[in-house]
Design a protein around this ligand. Structure first.
Ligand SMILES: Cc1cc2nc3c(=O)[nH]c(=O)nc-3n(C[C@H](O)[C@H](O)[C@H](O)COP(=O)(O)OP(=O)(O)OC[C@H]3O[C@@H](n4cnc5c(N)ncnc54)[C@H](O)[C@@H]3O)c2cc1C
Length: 382
């Protein structure tokens, strides 16, 4: 009998999982991917889109092309997940399954912060395009860049955005006519990577005159000002702020989440408390052993690694074998700093008692590394 693997989400984790599984099971399982969007967008390139270094069509791909690999793609909105009935409902249909993999990522919760609609960001393609257009019009003034709440996707992205915007203003010879202030509820940049790497990023900010405001929780945006819980305010002419993140409503309604708001999983196998339901990527809550941050950060590199592990283990189950592998917590990330350079962090983010990471200082090699990473990703899956 052919097993049916239903994959909810055709983003980074859903694509990596369905492709790896299709290669392994070679027709022994039916694989269906459901996503509300018809196009995949490569988010690590959004910072480049923001500064005009990429066009939208360069970083988008059609999810219907999954059929070339024997994977069924359905463009629809997941509305209900019913694990006890082995059933998922969408706006237009319902789907049974033998194995379910929830890879629905995070959604944004703008409403929790009054006035947030004044903020720009690069956390979806349309917003990144709008910010690009605003930055092109910008001539002088105060730019505030920050983070509303933790956890958020790609801990490096807002830091990368600040450094790239700084470089863009310098190239246009308007940096002296502008100021950049950064705010975040975090105690340091990239807290999951530990104090040394955070210190290196802070040094980049100091070198460029970017004002640093740590442990500031944004309460509201009003009259051209960000107001924080501490009583502090930051005035701006242009605001970039990472929106608050939360799990998609269908995941919460299915009671798959815990008090963190995300889906708790077995850190090795990515199984949820519901048998035959796995969750990977941004939608999960994976506690860290080191306490720098309570949960593993949300990043595509982790979604990808977890997808490979779940694909391997699911293919074993489908073939009736009993040898399972465990995900190892390894990952890497680039930090673009402008000037055609990037820094690079790699290693084990879940090592005990502290992350075992290697920080490569900014160079053109790591910038080229990120360009190749983008090219390889879009080539491998489309
Ligand atoms: C600006 C930016 C830069 C980044 N840079 C990097 C980087 O350099 N390196 C890195 O590792 N990570 C990076 N990331 C993070 C990375 O993109 C995410 O961590 C990754 O996409 C998570 O994969 P996922 O599959 O869990 O979720 P996603 O890729 O977000 O996929 C979730 C999918 O579920 C779909 N979906 C959600 N709800 C529903 C529903 N109800 N019905 C149907 N479909 C639904 C969505 O449309 C989406 O396609 C970056 C993110 C951003 C925003």
């Amino acid at each position: 009998m052919t097993s049916h693997v239903l994959v909810l989400g055709g983003g980074v984790g859903g694509l990596a999982l369905s492709n790896a599984l299709a290669r392994k099971v070679k027709g022994q399982a039916k694989i269906t991917v459901i996503d509300r969007k018809s196009k995949f967008e490569f988010a690590p390139s959004f910072p480049w889109l923001m500064i005009g270094a990429r066009k939208t069509e360069q970083i988008q791909r059609d999810l219907n092309s999954l059929s070339r690999r024997g994977i069924e793609f359905v463009q629809d909105e997941v509305t209900q997940i019913l694990p006890k009935d082995h059933l998922v409902k969408t706006k237009a249909n319902s789907f049974g399954y033998d194995y379910l993999v929830v890879v629905l990522g995070a959604v944004y919760d703008h409403q929790t912060i009054p006035g947030f609609e004044k903020a720009h960001h690069i956390y979806d393609l349309e917003s990144a395009v709008r910010l690009r257009d605003e930055l092109q019009k910008f001539r002088s003034g105060r730019i505030a860049i920050g983070v509303a709440r933790t956890p958020f996707k790609c801990p490096a992205a807002p830091y990368e955005a600040a450094l790239l915007i700084d470089h863009q203003l310098r190239k246009r010879s308007i940096r002296d006519d502008s100021s950049i202030s950064f705010f975040t509820p975090e105690p340091q940049p990239l807290p999951a990577a530990g104090p040394e790497i955070g210190g290196s990023v802070l040094q980049l900010f100091r070198d460029r005159g970017i004002e640093w405001n740590a442990k500031e929780k944004l309460l509201k945006v009003e009259d051209g000002k960000c107001a924080f819980e501490s009583g502090k305010t930051i005035e701006f002419d242009l605001l970039f702020c990472v929106p608050p993140h939360k799990a998609p409503p269908a995941v919460v309604a299915a009671e798959l989440t815990d008090q963190t708001g995300w889906i708790p999983v077995n850190p090795g196998t990515l199984e949820t408390k519901q048998g035959d339901v796995y969750a990977i990527g941004d939608v999960t809550a994976l506690p860290t052993p080191h306490g720098y941050v309570p949960l593993l950060p949300k990043a595509g590199v982790f979604a990808h690694g977890q997808a490979e592990t779940v694909a391997r283990n699911l293919s074993m189950k489908i073939e009736g074998k009993e040898t399972f592998e465990k995900w190892n917590g390894k990952g890497a990330c680039f930090l673009e700093i402008g000037y055609g350079k990037a820094a690079y962090v790699s290693g084990n983010f879940l090592a005990d008692p502290k992350p075992e990471l290697n920080f490569k200082t900014p160079s053109s090699i790591w910038h080229l590394g990120k360009v190749l990473f983008e090219k390889r990703w879009l080539w491998k899956y489309f």
